[in-house]
Structures are given as structure tokens and as C-alpha cells.
Design a protein around this ligand. Structure first.
Ligand SMILES: Nc1ncnc2c1ncn2[C@@H]1O[C@H](COP(=O)(O)OP(=O)(O)O)[C@@H](O)[C@H]1O
Ligand SMILES: [Mg+2]
Length: 493
């Protein structure tokens, strides 16, 4: 539901207390104005309160929040009462909370609705049951076009770029009107030579906003499949689907995959594989940090999670990366907590029912923590299992990391290296190559096979110390997942 539908719904269901989580006061006010006009069939049925001016023109002073509520209660006519900046007053004022609860019962039978607008979605615990929560609302593309056209008309510097508005609007999806306003002011002050300048400014800004205001982190497309050793089956799967996310394919409405889950032994390149997707498919990649969500740093976890999902949807097409998904849904699902299992179940529903433009790439190390519901058919298009790399794959990984460290793989004995590192993960191979390079740097000579052999001797691979865990992971994956590499598939049989 959009903002208008939510507000109408709240009114029709006779919710007298509404909490709108939005940064965009102006937009909410405009909507409430329209709603009030539609309901009461006359102007001036919206009353706006701020702590500076109270309800304005009213004869009695209503700046005090308690008096403001009394004013609403005593008001002879019906109306919509919008309270700006009310949230901070509720903290530590049990009297106000009490008054609001009284109003909840009293106003249900009167044509009055109190709407509190706050960028903070943390609804006061005590009022949870009485408040109708309207989650943050993001403007549609058509609304952005309208808004941009109006803004561009008022800015001389931007007038030559009017024709770009529809395309710019598409890139601004996911921003609020306030954010768009500030972004346009900044554009107007910049010397703009080429249309590319405009788009780059918008992209840079958007990245920053996403980083600042949610648990989403933008991951730049810095990795390609050439950086990833092994996993031929997974790579093939990804390559075949690259065409499905082009604008052309979207126009033709070709079926798009909705998500994958990559699980397996830690350090074998699961996260790396996801990072490759964005450059391969040319889609922005956002990492959702479940730990950050549950930390409460951005507000109530449930709301933050919803907001993040909605934000990615607004920015879509995009890849949503949920790294170590077991940390979020798994562990919290097990240990209970109402909000947490609520997040989990709404996440499952979202996974299944969302429109196809957000591709979810989830990774998991500790798969025994994954709840069975997550693995059921329909949630992910494919579940991949990443095993320890075999001889050939380890050679490939050595070559990748030797090149990364500025060495020519031709100068190294790949067969010997593969033989020395049976059971090693990609991360461990990388670690060996990096410490060999540091050693060589210290000696002031180019890296040689000797440096590498010494470095290998100093690393105890995970598979030695965690043999049992690795066996358990393999057994678990056996009939639940598709091996990411064809050699692992052979070993399975
Ligand atoms: N298959 C691989 N090919 C190339 N590098 C790898 C591979 N696996 C691991 N690495 C190296 O180890 C690092 C850590 O791996 P990561 O993707 O975080 O593993 P995981 O997510 O499976 O725990 C990677 O950034 C990469 O440098
Ligand atoms: Mg990882």
C-alpha cells in the first residue's frame, strides 16, 4: 500500500491514532490535506501542530503537548490532527502516553484522527497496540518525474537538461522527496558539461544515502568471475542467466531467477562468488547486514528490516546479498523472541511473493542453523554447496592470487603446490601467497617457489582442525544442494 492507501485505510478502519514513519513531512502533510478535504468536504480540516507554534491560530496556547491533546479532545468539529516532532515528547512522559491512550478510546466514535509523523519508526512500546503504523513510503517513478519537472523549471542551470528528467527519475527511485530536493540543489550548483555528469552525481549521492540511512551497504562491482577459482557449475549457472537482467529481457518479460543460496565451508569463496554477480549481471549489489539489523542501531529491527527490503525494491533491479544468513534468521529463529521470528516469517513470505526484480543471493557457513522452511522449494531457485577445492581448482586459485600479488604463475610449480595444499581453502591459499610476497618484499627480491613453500609450511589449514565439522557439512549438503563444482559432484557419487 502506498501512503495514500495506508492513510485512507487507517481512517476507514477507525484508527484514531496513526504513526507515520517518514522523513518527508511535507509529503505527508500534503496527503493529509487532500484526505481531510475528501473526508470533510471542506478546506481547513487539517490541523498541524509543532512544538514551536502549537496549533497556530488557536486562541488558547497549545504549544504544550498535553494541552495539544486536550485541544484535540475538546475540538467541536471533526478533523485530522497532524503532530510534527511529537515523538521526542513521549519519552519519559507517562502522562502524555496515558492521554493518548484515553484519546484512543474516546476518539474512536468521533470523526477525528491524530497523525504523528516521525522519522523514527520506534513506536513507543506502551502505545504499540493503539497505534496504526504506516511504514516509510517511497515515491513512485511517475511522482518523481512530476516533482523533478517542477524543480528543473525553477533552476536556470538545469533547464537545458529537462529532456533527461524521465531517465533521471528512474535512477532516483528509492529516494524520498526531501532527498531528491537536496540532490537537485546540488546538481544545480555543479558545472555540468555532459549528461554523464548528472548521472554520476546522482549515483554517488544514492550510494551515500543508502549507506547512511539503512542497514544496506552498497558493494561496488569490483570483482569478476576471473577472480573466482573453481565452482564451474555455479559460474555456468550465473553466466546463463546474465541476459535475463538486461533492459531488453525485462521488456520481453522473460522469467528472471529470484535467488540463490550458497552454503558450505568457510573460506571457500562464497562471499566472493556473490560479489562477482554484480559485474556479471550489471546490477547494483547491496549487502544486508543482519547483525546490524538486530543491533538496534537503526531502530526497531522489524522496521529496519522492512525498510531495507522496500528500499532495495525501490532501487531494483538489484542484487540483495544476505551474507551469513544463519546469523539472522537461523540463530534468532531458534532462540525465539517475538519480533525476531516475526522478521523471519515475513522474510519468508517476501522471498516467495515479491516481484522478480530483486535477486537475493544468500550465503551461509553454519548450515545446521538454517531453518528447514528456508530451504523449501520456491524460496530459492537453486541451493549450491561449495566444497573444498580439488587439485585443479587449487591450481587455478594459486594462479589468481599469484597474479594479484604481481607474480607470474609460470614461474611456479603448480603440481607441487596443489600436492602440498590438499584440503586447503581458497582463503588459506590466498594467505600463503600474501605472506610469501611479504617475505620476498622484506628480502628485496621477487617472490619465488621457495617463499611460497615456506609460507605453506607455516599455515595449519582449517580442514585439519575441523575435520569433523567439515564432514558434517558435507553430509548435510549431500541431498539438499547442488555442488558448485563438477569435480565435487563426482566425489559425491
Ligand atoms: N575459489 C576461490 N577463488 C579465488 N579466491 C578465493 C576462493 N575462495 C576463497 N578465496 C579468497 O579468500 C577470500 C575469502 O573468501 P570468502 O569469499 O570470504 O569465503 P566464504 O564466504 O566462503 O567464507 C576471498 O576474498 C578470496 O580472496
Ligand atoms: Mg563469507
Amino acid at each position: 500500500m502506498d501512503l495514500w492507501q495506508e492513510l485512507t485505510h487507517a481512517w476507514q478502519s477507525r484508527y484514531p491514532l496513526v504513526w507515520v514513519a517518514s522523513w518527508d513531512e511535507a509529503r505527508v502533510e500534503q496527503r493529509l490535506q487532500a484526505l481531510a478535504r475528501a473526508i470533510f468536504q471542506k478546506p481547513d480540516s487539517l490541523y498541524v501542530w509543532t512544538c514551536i507554534a502549537g496549533f497556530g491560530g488557536a486562541s488558547s496556547d497549545t504549544r504544550d503537548p498535553l494541552q495539544a491533546l486536550e485541544f484535540i479532545e475538546a475540538h467541536p468539529a471533526g478533523g485530522i490532527f497532524m503532530l510534527k516532532d511529537f515523538a521526542p515528547w513521549l519519552n519519559g512522559h507517562p502522562g502524555l502516553v496515558r492521554k493518548l491512550r484515553d484519546l484512543y478510546y474516546r476518539l474512536r466514535t468521533q470523526p477525528k484522527m491524530v497523525v504523528m509523523v516521525s522519522p523514527d519508526a520506534r513506536v513507543p512500546e506502551l502505545l504499540k497496540r493503539e497505534l496504526y503504523l504506516v511504514p516509510v513510503d517511497i515515491p513512485t517513478e511517475a511522482e518523481i518525474v512530476q516533482y523533478l519537472q517542477a524543480l528543473f523549471r525553477t533552476q536556470a542551470a538545469l533547464q537545458p537538461w529537462q529532456a533527461l528528467v524521465p531517465r533521471l527519475a528512474a535512477t532516483m527511485r528509492g529516494l524520498t522527496f526531501n532527498e531528491i530536493f537536496h540532490l537537485v540543489q546540488r546538481l544545480a550548483q555543479r558545472p555540468l558539461q555532459h549528461e554523464q555528469d548528472l548521472f554520476e552525481t546522482v549515483f554517488a549521492e544514492k550510494e551515500q544515502l543508502v549507506r547512511k540511512e539503512s542497514a544496506l551497504e552498497y558493494v561496488p562491482p569490483r570483482w569478476s568471475l576471473e577472480d573466482l577459482g573453481g565452482m564451474d557449475v555455479l559460474k555456468d549457472w550465473l553466466r546463463k542467466r546474465a541476459v535475463l537482467f538486461t533492459p531488453e529481457a525485462r521488456r520481453q518479460d522473460l522469467p528472471r531467477p529470484k535467488g540463490i543460496l550458497i552454503m558450505g565451508i568457510s573460506g571457500c569463496g562464497k562471499s566472493l562468488a556473490v560479489k562477482c554477480v554484480s559485474s556479471l549481471w550489471n546490477l547494483p549489489l547491496f549487502r544486508l547486514d543482519m547483525n546490524l539489523i538486530f543491533s538496534g542501531a537503526y531502530g526497531e529491527p522489524e522496521w529496519v528490516f522492512h525498510q531495507a527490503l522496500r528500499q532495495v525494491e525501490a532501487i531494483a533491479p538489484a542484487v540483495l546479498w544476505i551474507d551469513e544468513i544463519e546469523m539472522g534468521v537461523g540463530r534468532y529463529h531458534e532462540t525465539g523472541g517475538e519480533g525476531r521470528s516475526h522478521i523471519f516469517s515475513s522474510f519468508l513470505t517476501w522471498l516467495q511473493e515479491r516481484a522478480g526484480d530483486v535477486f537475493v543471493a544468500a550465503t551461509a557457513n553454519r548450515i545446521h542453523l538454517l531453518p528447514a522452511e528456508l530451504l523449501r522449494k520456491g524460496r530459492f531457485d537453486q541451493i549450491f554447496y561449495v566444497d573444498l577445492p580439488d587439485d585443479e581448482e587449487r591450481k587455478e586459485i594459486f594462479r589468481i592470487h599469484l597474479r594479484k600479488q604481481g607474480a607470474d604463475p609460470a614461474g611456479f610449480d603448480m603440481v607441487a603446490l596443489a600436492a602440498m595444499t590438499k584440503g586447503w581453502t581458497g582463503a588459506e591459499i590466498e594467505q600463503a601467497v600474501v605472506s610469501a610476497r611479504i617475505e620476498a618484499l622484506h628480502e628485496g627480491v621477487p617472490m619465488t617457489m621457495d617463499h611460497l613453500v615456506t609460507a605453506i609450511g607455516q599455515i595449519v589449514p582449517l580442514s585439519k582442525t575441523m575435520e569433523d565439522q567439515i564432514k558434517a557439512i558435507k553430509a548435510w549438503a549431500y541431498d539438499r544442494a547442488l555442488p558448485a563444482s563438477s569435480s565435487a559432484a563426482k566425489r559425491y557419487r
